[in-house]
Ligand binder design. Structure first.
Ligand code: HEC
Length: 152
């Protein structure tokens, strides 16, 4: 019964399009562009939901080898000896305070920069081609080398 209704509906639609359009060629076009529109909107919907959820649910796993590389390339300039107020890696007292802020906050500060009472940590340590993952790895490496563990 349902099938029959669908068939009737399609035939009715078909004749409606036929009568509405000048010829067969045009009718064909009309149908296919309708199909495209449907596909497009379905694709954009799928895309936007998946990218939003991946942003919100993103979890990082530290790669300390990569963290070491990033640290030695970028962060070492300030964080080895404590240039410009940066916490030196051997300064466990300061790193203990820093670690208490939690990993999420420290990652955020490394990405966006941070101004504290000691000085200015530039966004991404001024490393424009460091990814968020690179920074996560570098922060993890620095915490580990300083001998502290972040709150979360
Ligand atoms: C130009 C110098 C400089 C470079 C390069 C630098 N930092 Fe920093 N960083 C600082 C300073 C200064 C502070 C301390 C700010 C304060 O506490 O007043 C700091 C603090 C931090 C903190 C603690 C933030 C907080 O919330 O207390 C983290 C984490 C950090 N840096 C990570 C990094 C990483 C990762 C890199 C390399 C990608 C890096 N830094 C490169 C200067 C630098």
């Amino acid at each position: 019964m349902k099938k029959l209704f669908a068939l009737i509906f399609m035939v009715a639609m078909g004749s409606f399009l036929l009568s509405g359009c000048a010829g067969n060629g045009k009718n064909h076009k009309g149908e296919s562009s309708m199909g495209n529109q449907m596909n497009n909107s379905m694709m954009t919907n799928g895309k936007s939901t998946s990218s939003v959820s991946s942003k919100e649910g993103k979890t990082y796993t530290a790669n300390l080898d990569n963290g070491s590389k990033v640290y030695h390339k970028v962060c070492i300039a300030c964080h080895m000896t404590g240039v410009a107020g940066a916490p030196a890696l051997k300064d466990k007292t300061r790193w203990t305070e820093i670690a208490a802020k939690g990993m999420k906050q420290l990652h955020h500060d490394a990405i966006n920069g941070f101004t504290g009472k000691h000085g200015v940590m530039p966004a991404r340590g001024s490393c424009t081609d460091c990814s968020d993952q690179d920074l996560y790895d570098a922060v993890s490496y620095m915490l580990k080398t300083a001998g502290v563990t972040a709150a979360k």
